[in-house]
Design a protein around this ligand. Structure first.
Ligand code: GKR
Ligand code: MG
Length: 429
């Protein structure tokens, strides 16, 4: 009974997010996350984190109920249990999630995103119970630190006037000089040596200029540009021609496997994706058509840390690179990303993380980047500790919200500044 799950606590929170721009609009001032706590019969608590929008909470609650009495080690059982939970058709009708930034939204993908938070919590509890770090439960680390990239965003200095928000000290970045200045701050604060710019915000020539400015300011450093599928095939090829020598890879220049395959065929610049390969079912076509050269895994929507390892193994089999995608997340997820990344032998690109943008966390101690790397913890479990007071504060914010921010909507956030804004149809350029 000692490893049986006695209780599961779900705490939805709203966490501060700066005004980062993307193809859909701008990040809301607060974004929803869900903190999962799994408590064993021995009183050991494991923590996990995933998306906190209503459609995820709707699935997390029944899963939490079904988990009681089961073993924390029964990770495969999480998927079986989750398969029994019905996803309401309205949750997948639009077939998109945050405007499709993470690929097509299916019922299975929604379920997997929820399972991931529970899987991480179970692994944390199991590791603490056995006195083993999560990476050991996953087979053992092959590196002692995981490299991350500086995730640069076009950004306003602040959220629109009158909008309740937390202030940040990053300043604005709406042109090449602003992007370079932001990159400098990233290097000063965290020591990152590779840079990814979130594009698809300004016309391609402006984003090309920003990448050139980065290359001039940081000669020889790996650079990536990710417009989240905002370009046509021809525009993607033009950008590839202009930036080819400067880029480590171009990320999701255009939408869909066919478009990516066409771009890949006509340029030597490697293409990475977190949009056209987001499920195991999408791998076969993409790999056989040579549409992508690097898959950016995200343990949230791939269904957890073990699925991430399986994805890495498939990539290795086909000679496709693997690295990590990120969306707004907190330290529990960064710890989980770091543990799994530490076990992946074929990880040859710095992983993405939004963590530096999150000034708030639910941990007693923030994870630190040193020289752009996060040290792999050898403490039992994830090696992080929940700060219950902070958790309560961020949950209170969620309780007090009138519902407007509980479902992330970057287009709606943009309409606060520009009431005429509509989500651009793709390709935008
Ligand atoms: O947070 O604005 C953002 C990103 O655009 C995110 O939503 C994407 O999922 O970072 C992601 C990406 O690499 O596509
Ligand atoms: Mg991307």
């Amino acid at each position: 009974m000692r490893l049986a799950i006695a209780d599961v606590r779900l705490t939805p929170i709203l966490v501060a997010d700066p005004p980062l721009l993307n193809t859909q609009g701008v990040h809301q001032p607060y974004t929803p996350r869900l903190i999962v706590e799994v408590v064993t019969g021995d009183g050991v608590t494991g923590v996990g984190e995933t998306y906190g929008d209503t459609k995820y909470l709707e699935l997390a609650r029944p899963l939490a109920e079904r988990l009681k009495g089961r073993q924390v080690s029964d990770l495969g059982g999480l998927f079986t249990l989750m398969d029994q939970i019905t996803v309401h058709a309205s949750r997948v009708d639009n077939a998109v999630d945050v405007g499709g930034l993470r690929g097509v939204q299916t019922a299975d993908k929604l379920r997997l995103s929820v399972v991931s938070g529970f899987e991480v919590a179970c692994l944390d509890a199991l590791g603490k119970s056995l006195g083993l770090p999560v990476h050991a439960l996953l087979g053992g680390k092959v590196r002692d630190a995981v490299e991350y990239s500086a995730y640069l965003f076009y950004k306003w200095a602040g959220h629109p006037d009158g909008v309740a928000c937390e202030k940040d000290d990053w300043g604005a970045a709406v042109d090449p000089a602003g992007v370079v200045e932001q990159a400098r701050r990233f290097t000063e604060r965290y020591g990152f040596t590779s840079f990814k710019l979130k594009g698809g915000v300004f016309p391609p020539d402006e984003e090309i200029a920003a990448v050139r400015a980065l290359a001039a300011a940081f000669p020889g450093h790996p650079l990536r540009l990710d417009p989240n599928g905002a370009w046509s095939v021809e525009t993607s090829l033009k950008v590839a021609r202009e930036l080819g020598d400067l880029l480590e890879y171009l990320e999701d220049p255009t939408l869909g496997t066919s478009g990516m395959a066409e771009v890949a065929e006509r340029t030597g610049v490697p293409l990475a994706t977190n949009m056209c390969v987001t499920t195991f079912a999408e791998i076969k076509e993409a790999f056989t058509r040579n549409a992508v050269q690097v898959v950016l895994s995200d343990h949230h929507y791939w269904g957890g840390l073990r699925n991430t390892q399986q994805l890495a193994a498939v990539c290795r089999t086909f000679g496709v690179g693997v690295s990590m995608h990120s969306n707004t997340h907190l330290g529990i997820s960064l710890a989980a990303m770091t543990h799994v990344a530490a076990t992946v032998p074929n990880l040859h690109h710095a992983c993405d993380s939004h963590y530096p943008w999150q000034s708030e966390d639910v941990l007693t101690e923030r994870l630190a980047f040193e020289g752009g790397r996060v040290a792999v913890s050898d403490a039992p479990g994830l090696g992080v500790e929940l700060d219950r007071e902070r958790l309560a504060v961020l949950h209170r914010r969620w309780l007090d919200d009138d519902g407007a921010l509980r479902d992330r909507d970057d287009a709606a956030a943009m309409r606060v500044a520009d009431p005429t804004w509509v989500t651009p149809s793709m390709p935008r350029w």
